[in-house]
Design a protein around this ligand. Structure first.
Ligand SMILES: [Zn+2]
Length: 328
């Protein structure tokens, strides 16, 4: 019988024993110490104070423009954080920020973000750690999500874990032996920006024809407006399950995931984000097409696909988990 883990919503249980191993965290009172997890998206800014039991307190979701995407982005963020921290009843051990952006190899500078216009070359770690005098960590938002999903779905220690997150674009995080792969310039894992044959759609990254413009949520929203203007986007897959353009879209998602699998042969691959979480999204078809596109007989015969649920505070808690693993 073919060995294959079905791509289903795994029912994981939270257990984060590793955080308690960190001396700095252990020495703090569990009741009133936090890691501040921040998820800066293209539209929303999410923040929470995450305690050592992995409960998020004082969770806030506000438009990103109110806090970050403006002329004095760092000043605005620092001012918001000062107010946020002063309202918290307890100490903060670290601040960890996830961004939909490329970062430098050292994870200290935001380099460029297709969905955060004009936010380039921002030395976030230097500025914020100077102001708040606690460690500040930066990672891609999808890396934070991967830290969360790895724990939630009980992924065992392994050599290669990859996450493909289909939201507005395609987010990709690759973990090698427990560490996020950064690459020479910090920009490893830009799966959304592999070229799609024949496409001339301009991408927020500056190139044309990137895959995420044909296999990401932005394209899906466009397709919905153009083809089914009377269907709310949330109903797209429910009302038009056999639509050829929608299935072509899902096949492109599969092609992106298969490209990742064919290059890395990962131990596990997590598929998440808002698009696969849509009502009646055809997960079986996506899984089938991934199998169509990956190399035979291996890795095709031994794929370990995990479909992850989309959760509001995933990258916030994931950021705290990331920080807990990196506090020295
Ligand atoms: Zn691009």
């Amino acid at each position: 019988m073919k060995k294959q883990r079905k791509g289903v919503f795994a029912d994981g249980k939270f257990d984060f024993p590793e955080i308690k191993r960190h001396r700095r965290w252990r020495n703090m009172s569990v009741d009133n110490s936090y890691i501040i997890g921040i998820d800066i998206g293209g539209t929303n800014f999410r923040i929470g104070a995450v305690d050592s039991s992995w409960n998020t307190r004082s969770f806030r979701k506000i438009p990103v423009k109110d806090v970050f995407c403006q002329e004095n982005a760092l000043e605005a963020l620092a001012e918001y954080l000062k107010r946020y921290l002063s309202d918290l009843d307890g100490k903060s051990a670290a601040i960890a920020i996830g961004l939909p952006a490329t970062l430098n190899r050292e994870r200290t500078v935001l380099l460029q973000a297709p969905n955060l216009p004009n936010m380039e070359n921002i030395p976030m770690v230097r500025e914020l750690s100077g102001i708040f005098s606690i460690p500040v960590y930066l990672e891609k938002d999808v890396s934070m999500a991967l830290f969360y999903d790895r724990r939630k779905y009980g992924i065992p220690d392994c050599e290669i874990l990859a996450g493909c997150y289909f939201g507005t674009g395609i987010g990709n995080a690759i973990m090698i032996n427990g560490r996020i792969l950064a690459g020479r310039n910090g920009t490893a894992g830009e799966l959304g920006h592999i070229p799609a044959d024949g496409s001339e759609i301009p991408c927020g990254c500056g190139n044309t024809g990137c895959m995420e413009n044909l296999a990401g949520g932005k394209y899906l929203a466009w397709l919905c407006r153009e083809t089914y203007p009377d269907t709310p986007i949330g109903e797209l897959f429910s009302k038009h399950p056999k639509d050829k353009l929608l299935l072509q879209f899902v096949d492109r998602m599969a092609a992106a995931v298969a490209a990742e699998i064919n290059i890395l042969n990962p131990d596990y691959i997590i598929i998440g984000g808002g698009v696969p979480a849509m009502k009646d999204f055809p997960k079986d078809y996506l899984e089938q097409q991934i199998h169509v596109h990956v190399r035979k007989p291996y890795p095709e015969q031994d794929l370990q696909l995990v479909f992850a649920e989309d959760e509001e505070d995933k990258a916030v808690i994931g950021a705290a988990l990331y920080a807990a693993e990196h506090i020295k």
